[in-house]
Design a protein around this ligand. Structure first.
Ligand code: 13P
Ligand code: ZN
Length: 269
């Protein structure tokens, strides 16, 4: 069977980036079983031949109406599929979907009828919001980073920007490479529309948001950059924990040092 990626190097490159990141998520221990999901907006790579491809699934409801997604195409990790498998075989552990004209349903078009991630309402709501703002962001990543999730089991870290400031203060790069910080979303049922709505709301101010006691959700121009933002935050959490394990509370960079960083790197906050 011919893959949708065949003779489409630009599209294949983006899907292969998803596979590369999926491998990192597994190596980091952030992707137990089927944990985590990735979607990318691939509409820009779609040609007439793809637009004419017959659906290979029934029409399925998204659960929300998303006007900016009309006629859009997304590569999505499959529900219940493992990141470690996706890393080696992205088109056997994910699929390409087409959003239908009602903006509330989709069909799978390639390569196999693999049902997309259960977090599709969150992912697609976020892509819809990004398109409504003409954002250059095309990728969304949800994963289960151990140390960041552990922090959400402590009430003080759930207060606005407490975790952000602590994580920024552990090493200068975290503020430079995750300049909008870490938003916090109080616990909501996984895959629910409520979680999707809270996610878009919080992403107005942050590129990475925490789903309390569950995982993070990040957006960026491509999947590699979304991964990098999560990775620098979790690195800071590891430094914090290392200091605590050595028996002391880390000093953290001072507010002045962090302000100096913002000026030098022209950071938004
Ligand atoms: P899926 O296998 O449906 O993508 O779910 C994994 C997950 O992390 C849910 O939050
Ligand atoms: Zn999850």
């Amino acid at each position: 069977m011919k893959s949708i990626l065949e003779n489409r190097p630009a599209l294949a490159k983006e899907v292969n980036k998803v596979a590369e990141v999926a491998g990192y998520l597994w190596q980091k221990g952030w992707a137990e079983r089927n944990g985590g999901n990735i979607t990318i907006n691939i509409t820009e790579f779609v040609d007439d031949e793809i637009r004419e491809m017959e659906p290979i699934s029934d029409v399925k409801a998204i659960g929300v109406t998303l006007p900016y997604l009309k006629g859009g195409y997304f590569y999505c990790k499959g529900t219940n599929k493992r990141m470690r498998d996706l890393a080696r075989r992205p088109m056997e552990n994910g699929s390409v979907i087409r959003i239908l004209d009602d903006c509330a349903s989709y069909v799978i078009i390639a390569d196999e009828p693999i049902a997309p991630t259960s977090e599709l309402p969150s992912h697609l709501s976020v892509h819809n919001d990004l398109l409504s703002k003409n954002s250059p962001y095309k990728a969304s990543v949800h994963t289960h980073p151990i140390e960041l999730i552990a922090m959400t089991h402590c009430r003080k870290f759930l207060e606005k920007d407490v975790a952000t400031n602590l994580l920024w203060s552990m090493i200068p790069e975290t503020k430079a490479f995750c300049p909008r910080g870490l938003g916090i979303i109080p616990y909501k049922l996984p895959s629910s529309v409520e979680l999707a709505e809270a996610t878009i709301k919080e992403l107005q101010d942050y590129d990475v948001v925490m789903w309390e006691k569950h995982g993070v959700f990040a957006v960026d121009c491509d999947v590699m950059q979304a991964f990098d933002q999560i990775d620098v935050l979790n690195k800071s959490a590891l430094i914090y924990i290392a200091a605590k394990n050595m028996g002391f509370e880390p000093d953290g960079m001072s507010q002045e040092q962090m302000k100096e960083m913002s000026v030098a790197f022209k950071l938004p906050k």
